[in-house]
Design a protein around this ligand. Structure first.
Ligand code: SF4
Length: 387
């Protein structure tokens, strides 16, 4: 396996949300001033522990709701990152909830080098926003988008959801139309999934609504067609980006480089409660408990809950499967350089099988899923796993 040194990717988890959304299984909790301050100080300590091994090309603050941190808490974090030589990433994303964007915060983030915002919109229909337990209104989306553009953000992603209970095709079309009319550089669009232990999951189990798989498929196809007509290039199952030229050879200009690194099986540090990381063949995960996380860092060590090292073939197969999520698939030579294995030798039967089903294509240089195959990418990817 090839590992670059120092590590070039950093994920930071901010585990606070003003309200828990009905479908959410991410680790997050309601904020109280004291815990958030304690978390910020612990995070600075964790950054200090890994800074010697980091030269971030991409940084991603996710959550939770990173935009919920106050101006002062952001200042503490950003000045610590400056002191630790962690500024200057080529792509630096912060996730924002439209309800917690302010001009001052946007200006501060931009001034330290944050250059990409990912905004959780989910829907532009007020009833569905309520249904999902979102704290923002549709008006807040338009206002926050304007605030971010005024602060100088030229790379904005909008997160949307489809197949929400109660969402008709007409509502989905209208949300897509209004969202794409904003002119963002990137879109991430996910079908609602019913994660165990979420309110939406229990409502489904209790028979309060049913899932219409056919409608969900139709919504996905409309998304692919409409986003293409609006100048977006799909480069992953759920991700669409603009490109600075008419045709895309590998990935579009505004693809999220941080996520591309995940799908290509690259290394990354993961900091904050519940964050996972993958560094030099070791996958590790922090405790999903903010107080335990803080206590551990206050004692001077990282808050690692678990660590595992996968056998090389198992890891290579995982990397093969991840890469299939991307429209570009896997260039054979690149896969060989990264993993030491050759898809043409070790996965020839699996590739052949997908080609027969018209789910995959081998053009001699790379293997990638077809437009039909992308719809079944999770299943196709599973075929590549070897344990
Ligand atoms: S804002 Fe995001 S992280 Fe927070 S509860 Fe909602 S979906 Fe989960």
């Amino acid at each position: 396996m090839f590992y670059e040194s120092p590590v070039e990717s950093l994920y930071i988890h901010v585990p606070f949300c003003a309200h828990k959304c009905e479908y959410c299984a991410f680790f997050s909790q309601l904020p109280n001033g004291e815990t958030v301050n304690r978390y910020v100080n612990a995070l600075v300590r964790e950054l200090e522990l890994v800074a010697h091994d980091l030269k971030p090309r991409t940084i991603f603050f996710g959550g939770g709701t990173p935009s919920l941190l106050t101006l002062k808490q952001w200042e503490t974090l950003l000045t610590a990152m400056e002191r630790l030589n962690l500024l200057g990433a080529q792509e630096w994303t912060v996730e924002c909830n439209p309800a917690t964007v302010s001009a001052d915060k946007a200006k501060l983030l931009r001034s330290f080098g944050v250059n990409r915002i990912s905004m959780g919109v989910q829907s532009l229909d007020e009833n569905l926003l309520d249904r999902l337990g979102r704290i923002h209104s549709r008006e807040m989306v338009f206002k926050s988008y304007e605030t971010l553009r005024t602060a100088g953000f030229e790379n904005i992603n909008l997160d949307l959801m489809f197949a929400i209970p109660g969402q008709t095709m007409e509502i989905w079309r209208e949300t897509m139309r209004e969202a794409m009319a904003l002119g963002s550089e990137h879109l991430s669009c996910y079908e609602v999934i019913y994660e165990e232990d979420t309110p939406l999951f229990y409502q489904l189990k209790a028979g309060k609504f049913s899932v219409d798989e056919g409608l969900a498929c139709d919504m996905y196809e409309e998304l692919r067609a409409f986003s293409a007509s609006q100048g977006f290039h799909q480069y992953e199952i759920a991700n669409f980006a603009r490109h600075n030229a008419p045709t895309v050879s590998e990935i579009p200009t505004y693809a999220c480089r941080h996520n591309v690194n995940y799908w290509r099986g690259g290394q990354f540090y993961g900091l904050g409660p519940s964050a996972s990381e993958y560094v030099r063949g070791i996958r590790a995960k922090n405790w999903s408990n903010t107080i335990m996380y803080c206590e551990q860092l206050e004692k001077g060590s990282r808050a690692t809950e678990s660590k595992e090292e996968l056998a090389p073939l198992a890891r290579a197969s995982e990397i093969a499967a991840f890469g299939l999520r991307m429209n570009a698939g896997w260039p054979f030579e690149e896969f060989k350089t990264r993993t030491g294995y050759d898809l043409r030798l070790d996965w020839s039967a699996e590739m052949e099988n997908l080609v027969k089903l018209d789910y995959g294509r081998n053009n001699g240089e790379r293997f990638h899923l077809t437009s039909t195959g992308i719809r079944y990418a999770d299943w196709a990817a599973e075929q590549f796993l070897k344990v």
